[in-house]
Ligand binder design. Sequence first.
Ligand code: MG
Ligand code: MG
Ligand code: MG
Length: 308
Amino acid sequence: MNDILVMGHKNPDTDSICSSLIMANLVKKYGKDAKAVRLGNISKETEFVLNFLKIEAPELVEKVEEGQKLVLVDHNELAQSATGRENAKVLAVVDHHRIADFCTIEPLYYLAKPYGCTATILFEQYKALGIEINKEIGTLMLSAIVSDTLLLKSPTCTETDIKAVKELEDITGLKANEYGLEMLKAGTDLSTYSSQEVINLDAKEFCANDKKIVISQVNTADIEDVFSRKEELEFAMEKEISDKKLNLFMFVITDIINTNSKIIALGSDKELVEKAFDKKLDEFDSMLLEGVVSRKKQIAPQILEAAK
Ligand code: MG
Ligand code: MG
Ligand code: MG
């Protein structure tokens, strides 16, 4: 067993996978035995990055043993973390999300910054600690930032992210606009996934006021293409709602080209969505949210506030 496991959130996105690898590399520079692992399947977008770099995906971990030393990246909420985390030992967290229900018995390193991406925080750390950012690490960083900020277009994107990408372009010799768009597009191919897989590719669970809420998001270059599968997607959503006893399942289809999202909301508390956005769901339990692309900034806080 490796001494320290470095992991991102469940249903890992490109930031969770890349930042796990980047952070494990940093921890190893300090002579510690660390290994990046993942809590779920690799997305096609992340697969594009790993294939580009010709590196293996981190090993899949289903649950962690009691007392296992952990470093968490790109999350802190228990519902998004490894099964068994409550009995593991978290040594450090590097994250760019709200802090919720997080507590430990012992002191730890906790690095949180409201940047667009965990990898941007790690980019700063590498520089501050004088650790070399080679092409591979630089490409992992660039990929994660492009992914989380939708090519620097998301409202979560900060000046720090933009500066990091510029420097990383020099380090890697890549053009963020070209490489990044190719990477994002690789992630929009949903054709080989079943509906159940589609609604779980990037699903995050939240708890608010005893309500269990899942907000799931997919990227696309054509909203109507995904929406054409609405019937089977809804069937899969209804099943998740009954299996996991959810109050709300919100499925967000985000157009990465035009930066809009169309949502589908199901569950006994679907009116939370109407309250959050001050807009009625149409007869298809759907609404268009113009200019909305960020779950973290433009969707989850509004829903959680409505649930209070
Ligand atoms: Mg993430
Ligand atoms: Mg992230
Ligand atoms: Mg994301």
